[in-house]
Design a binder for this molecule. Sequence first.
Ligand code: KG4
Length: 337
Amino acid sequence: MTRILAIESSCDETAVAITEDGRLLANVVATQIAVHEKYGGVMPEIASRLHVENISVCLKESLRQANLTFDDIDAFAVTRGPGLIGCLHVGLQAAKTLALLYKKPLIPVHHLAGHIYANEFVGELQYPLLCVVVSGGNSELIIMRGDLDFEIIGETRDDAIGESFDKVARVLGLPYPGGLPIDQHAKLGKHTYDLPKPHLDKDSYDLSYSGLKTSVINLVNSLKMKGEPVRLDDMCRSFEDVAVGMVVEKAIKAAKDFNVKQVVLAGGVSANSYLRDEITSKLKDSGMNIIIPPLWCTGDNAAMIAKTAEHLYPRKVFAPLTLGVDPNWRITDWDKF
Ligand code: KG4
């Protein structure tokens, strides 16, 4: 029997989870959204301090939920990157301290690998697979030909998709994080605003969100200057159609070009209802298997870090206690630290 305690602190969620042979025994998430909301985005310095305040409480609560003590844990896993450097440090220091104290291995986990393996809480991964990784900091199309075998075939050339949802929400006066409110307003609106699609090479799987974000901001400001109303629901619908349409188009192309068996979604933006519906309906007759992660594991959590660590533990992917964080860690370098 293997019990893994995992820590995630890469952005604005302090999270601890415990698994026992794949079974989730504890899943604690302390979100800082209420604090960052008033700034319209994550304030890195405040986020790091809140992780320091929250980490011990989350650790204690995870043991309570699992009805275990630290002595029962076989390995301590932690998100080593990518993420905000100060935030990552807090989680890593906690994991290193526990590994040292209880003389157990330290497992460094890549945050995006975590988002991908979160899908194992729903079903078995079937290779080759295409993973559509869409979050506040990442927009990537990844092909996996086997366990822990990642190839990035496309990525954003500028902003991440989630970041564009958050910035557009801000200019529309919607709360942070902007993904869910835009999703909700879009359901009530019509695509009436003409927003430009970026000119991306049709053979490439890359994405781009900065131009789209800027056009919404410019359009909203110009409507305001002219004293014309901004039709909120219609603006959200028009933006979401282009933003999600772009990633769906590239994902469908990649799934067919690479002849994958399965398509999985990952990351905070995979909570988007239009994205979930479009991927499901467009691939319905393709014969490909689709996994849509449940809403509880689309955002940042440590259950996904523990799930990934279960793949690393048998391979003895253990780090020395001199390990440092890497805010820009590439997923293809998951075993280099
Ligand atoms: O994966 P995540 O929790 O954090 C990162 O690791 O980046 O993703 C957060 C992002 C935010 O940008 C948020 O606005 C977006 O996910 N998001 C959504 C939805 N729910 C959350 N975006 C679109 N539609 C949603 N329903």
